[in-house]
Design a binder for this molecule. Structure first.
Ligand SMILES: [Zn+2]
Length: 59
């Protein structure tokens, strides 16, 4: 069983530019499956991931 620990003391690193993630940018994508969000590094603009939920407020 893996335990999830909230850790705000260290900044996560971007896997692409390996700089600490200070900001994560997001863009709204409209698809046939609903609205999704694409997250990308604020420094190198490479994509970190896409949300699989319909939005922040739903699901
Ligand atoms: Zn980056």
């Amino acid at each position: 069983m893996i335990q999830l620990i909230e850790d705000n003391r260290t900044a996560p690193l971007c896997p692409h530019c390996e700089k600490p993630l200070k900001t994560v940018s997001c863009q709204r994508i409209k698809s046939s499956l609903g609205v999704r969000f694409l997250y990308f590094c604020g420094q190198c603009r490479k994509t970190l991931g896409v949300s699989h939920r319909k939005g922040f407020w739903m699901g």
